[in-house]
Design a binder for this molecule. Sequence first.
Ligand code: NI
Length: 185
Amino acid sequence: MTILKIARMGHPVLARRADPVADPTAPEIRRLAEDMIETMIDANGAGLAAPQVHVPLRLVVFQAPGERADPGLAEDERFDHTAPLTILANPEIEVLSEVREAGWEGCLSVPGLRGLVARPAHIRYTGLTLDGARLTRVARGFHARVVQHEFDHLDGMLYPQRMEDLTRLIFESEARHHLRREDGA
Ligand code: NI
């Protein structure tokens, strides 16, 4: 496996609409997904989309770790805040509730920054696994946020373009000192 170079904001590959994966079961797609996972883990990211490694295809890898879930939720509410390591080709999203939540996001293509982004809090998503099977999940919380962030990359969208208030675009190093707990830092 190989750690791939990550495209940064300003590279045209991040601004275009990515093309569908013709055959998710193809060996070169598996190889790309494995390299993306290694790259994501190496860079300590929660997700990575193929355009971020200069490949304009609709392929994402992500994980939503459990430790960021809200421990105050009931057991049956908790599961869909987290997601195991997942690879999806040609994914789609359906918004299940118009309720939006603000949360802080970062992006491996926008290094050093954090931004407060409001997104739908409850979604259903679907896509193809590398076996060619269809996977469908319902997601809330951090899981829903990670999925929407990664899928946006496939449409040439970076999180600052989703921000309503650019005064909430800040350096990570400042966030550590100045963000209040209620901001979700
Ligand atoms: Ni990103």
